[in-house]
Design a protein around this ligand. Sequence first.
Ligand code: ASP
Ligand code: MG
Length: 440
Amino acid sequence: MKVMKFGGTSVGRPERMKQVATLVTQQEEPVLVVLSALAGTTNSLVEIGNFLAAGKKQEAAQIIDQLEKHYHSFVEQLVSGKEARQDASQILEEHFGFLRIIQRISFSEALRRDILAQGELLSTKLFGVYCSENKLSHALLPALDFMILDEQDEPAVSVISTRLKALVEANADKKLLITQGYICRNSKGEVDNLKRGGSDYTASLVAAAAGASVCEIWTDIDGMHNNDPRVVEKTFPVEQLSFDEAAELAYFGAKILHPASIWPAQQFQVPVRLLNTMEPRAKGTLISSLPAAPGVKAVAAKDNIIAIRIKSSRMLLAYGFLRKIFEVFEKYRTPIDMITTSEVAVSLTIDTDQHLAAILEELSPFGHVEVDREQTIVSLVGFEITTTPAILSNLALAVKEIPVRMISYGGSPHNISLLVPATAKTKLLQQLNKEIFGLS
Ligand code: ASP
Ligand code: MG
């Protein structure tokens, strides 16, 4: 069996959803399809939740109405038979009915998560209606029946595996199984989710749990590119990556795959393929445990980084200083991305200002604290790049006239990261494209 996951844009218009149906039924192996919500839906559901939380019922109602209209016209173009239209209307009735009822009951965080779940429930059910109308034998596997979180809010892999396998077995006569990305149940049995962009994570988890031959992530770009196509002109898809390289790239801003989705595939040895719905024959990117070829595979940039420098002569020849600093970040559950130290100062970066004020306050007794906002981490990722001399000399050319604020080198042999002001990002990515990849 293979897993095929389609993102919001791949099912966001009726004709695209039909293409997905064609694609998944052309496969030789049985397929488990994981779908996101239609493009834009989750954002609308977030807004509805926010308005209801703020007691703004009218504003919430307005978005619900708009969304419902959108779905009605979607359905009209998706299916044409009387029966299919009736089935689809009933589905819309059920889910929009729910959204209307909740406007009358008191708001809670559990309710917010119920609201967020409507997008994937709608997309998979409507896809099912289209399959039925076109006589494509299929079964819907409700993610809420098997995608379970443990008490730490981490996926309970063995429970997921047992339940999913039972469902797959019960539907062994079907070549096409469909389930929802993103949504799950937490340890209290409430509806929950795997955070924004979490459908990739679902795909990787179900591929691992079901022992799939491959986990295909279908989007609207032909794989992971060597550089950010929105910033530099010439880029190319990277054919092959190791899991470690992919994890670094996904984390450091390559927008193509949710970073959490690497570990299940890596641990259970399921290769991941990134493919393009618009160009299904393109090779895409294969991520697997095959040994990586040396050299820089790609550069990625992560924006909205905050750099913090703590200068203190008390650090000189002292021990335990870093521990105390780290404890502050731990207390506020704020991960540190990059770190560099000298004997009397330490610089580090975080990617959220959620607890920044409190963190700065608690750091101040340790020394003089400086903050730089609007920074960008640019990472070079590739096998053993820190021990390849040619790469270092090219990197030196690429940082010409770039005000580099920090460099992280040697933490991993496969990553070199530079922190630069956001305003220098475009120039750096362009210069890297020229000096590292030979593209101008
Ligand atoms: N629909 C969810 C979101 O927009 C999950 C996903 O698409 O991956 O974040
Ligand atoms: Mg996505």
